[in-house]
Design a protein around this ligand. Structure first.
Ligand SMILES: Cc1ncc(C[n+]2csc(CCO)c2C)c(N)n1
Length: 207
């Protein structure tokens, strides 16, 4: 098994609890309470800012030109389509005021700051991989998405062949650099912490 498969298998209980979370069920059903969705998206806007910085670290610390360019392309998408969604969604929900990070968000911001400051490409990849792969997983459920663009656009941002190819690239990169001396342990620690925080992040939407 590839290193990324091992990490996912080792975190399966927490991973599956996140992918099968009540919030994900309600997203697919189009029935998330407006206050819950507003809380989630306001926190996720804080997450996204630091995530963009983390993508910048992957651009800076990639050890080869080809993945550096691929990450840079994705960085442009996140700063474009994804940011547009947030502005539309938060203004429709009437939640445009700045918010303080909740504990799960704060934990994520710290994890991303630590990975970025480590300047260790493998550790950066491990955090990026969880954030993207776990979202691809919940958004790839079979069945129709709700008609309401508030839900449909959020699901569509996390599924489809282009997004799956991006996750695949992160997996291949993580598997490629893991054999470097000392990389496995720090990548496994960052991956495991990120999976725990993804679950806590969904829980936090319900206050
Ligand atoms: C807590 C949290 N974890 C992961 C994501 C997923 N995600 C973050 S940025 C991005 C854009 C694609 O590169 C995606 C899919 C999220 N939104 N919030």
């Amino acid at each position: 098994m590839a290193f990324s498969d091992d990490l996912r298998a080792a975190t399966a209980t927490t991973w599956d609890a996140a992918v099968g979370h009540r919030f994900v069920d309600e997203l697919w059903a189009g029935t998330v309470d407006d206050a819950v969705l507003a809380q989630y998206l306001a926190q996720d806007a804080l997450f996204l800012d630091r995530f963009v910085a983390l993508l910048g670290a992957a651009v800076a610390h990639a050890d080869r030109p080809s993945p550096r360019m691929a990450v840079a392309r994705q960085l442009g998408l996140v700063a474009g389509d994804e940011d547009d969604y947030f502005h539309r969604a938060l203004s429709r929900l009437g939640a445009t005021a700045p918010v303080e990070p909740l504990p799960a968000t704060r934990g994520f911001l710290e994890l991303m700051d630590d990975a970025r400051r480590s300047a260790h490409y493998g550790e950066v990849l491990a955090v990026l991989l969880v954030a993207e792969w776990l979202y691809l997983d919940w958004a790839s459920r079979p069945g129709p998405a709700p008609e309401d663009p508030l839900y449909r656009d959020w699901i569509d941002l996390h599924r489809g062949p282009a997004f799956a190819a991006w996750v695949d690239l992160l997996r291949r990169e993580a598997d490629r650099v893991a054999p470097e001396p000392g990389a496995r342990d720090r990548m496994a620690a960052a991956f495991t912490r990120a999976v725990e925080l993804e679950l806590a992040f969904f829980d936090a939407a319900y206050g």
